[in-house]
Design a protein around this ligand. Sequence first.
Ligand SMILES: NC(=O)c1ccc[n+]([C@@H]2O[C@H](COP(=O)([O-])OP(=O)(O)OC[C@H]3O[C@@H](n4cnc5c(N)ncnc54)[C@H](OP(=O)(O)O)[C@@H]3O)[C@@H](O)[C@H]2O)c1
Length: 372
Amino acid sequence: MMNFPKSVSLSLTYRALVTQSGGGFKVAEVYLDANEVKPHEVLVKVRAVGLNPTDWKSFDWLKIEDAVVGCDAAGDIVCVGSEVTRFKAGDRVAGFTIGCSQTHNGAFAEYVRFDAFTLLRLPEGMPYEEGASLPIPHLTAVQNLHVHLNLPTPSQAEAKLSPSAAAGTPETILIWGGTTATGHHAIQLARLSGLRVIATASPQAFDEVLALGASFVFDYRDVDVVEKIREAAGDSEMGVRYVLDTISKGGATEKCIDAMGPKGGQVVHLLPVSKDIVKRRADVEVSLTLVYNLLGPMLSDPFRPQDRPPVQRYLENDWIQLSKGWSNGVGTERLKPQRIRRLERGFDGIVDGLKQMREGRYGREKLVGYVC
Ligand SMILES: NC(=O)c1ccc[n+]([C@@H]2O[C@H](COP(=O)([O-])OP(=O)(O)OC[C@H]3O[C@@H](n4cnc5c(N)ncnc54)[C@H](OP(=O)(O)O)[C@@H]3O)[C@@H](O)[C@H]2O)c1
């Protein structure tokens, strides 16, 4: 059962962007019954939405008709399910759901249901737009770094809980795609975890990537990029031990594996790669991470409930500390937001944003839209 505040009726009709048969999107009315809000969920009035590549990819792959589009949104909690203790009506939050997969829920809508577990509490000073830019990229970085690579979180590193941090010998992580939305967050978190970061990017973005905390940045189009990374990492010692490959196509994963040091290590990647790539080096473990699997199964990949407790601890401790004192467009001393590009207000603006994303016309900016 849900604790609806007295001011909210037990049912709701709202507008949402949904998939159409034969392709494209349309705005449709969605009816929400109180029973649809599950005990672990919150109902959020959407104030801004964030666009991700997965929004158009899921549309193409899942092909579910009348499904609500969109994963990331920020807004105000209207009511919470009976098991939700961390949040209450009125809280400002951002979260994600699996867009294009459900006919009665998705982020590009006037209201969205989020699993309370995925919620980032928005600090005072953070506008909804910056909140909406966060959930999938930030939580993908958290899940890869602090769960799959098992690196200390910023608060653990600060408390010197990790042996490497305590010994003062930083290990090296390569973040391939340092200017992706995921890379933007991963560079900062890895640095805060006490690691030395090497990243790749286009030369025009080198200064931005260094300002986020990378020690070295190399052009991913350079034919000698692998050798340069190995040299910077100090191949005679440990070299690169960890890799987050945010690109995972066009030869990126192979280069990441080849750039690792003589003792091998771990590569996590975000898109499926071939078995040959996974087996490229016996001393390198290569594995796929899907942020969706924090919520449930997706295509052939299973739900990963074991990833939830460490992510939850991050959200309750590290996130609250890292985002404290946030200021609009600047972030905090320790965490910077991506540059935001605001779309025209309304669903048409979001549809235009989806087109820009599909065509790759967003560069290093985060597209953010509004449902009204
Ligand atoms: N598995 C998951 O859970 C998960 C989660 C989030 C995202 N993803 C996937 O991860 C990928 C990245 O998504 P995102 O939203 O983080 O990033 P994004 O914002 O879409 O990344 C755009 C940036 O990618 C960079 N780029 C393009 N090709 C590159 C290459 N070959 N090497 C290095 N950088 C390159 C460009 O950087 P420059 O401007 O420097 O050229 C561009 O600015 C997408 O395929 C997305 O679907 C998966």
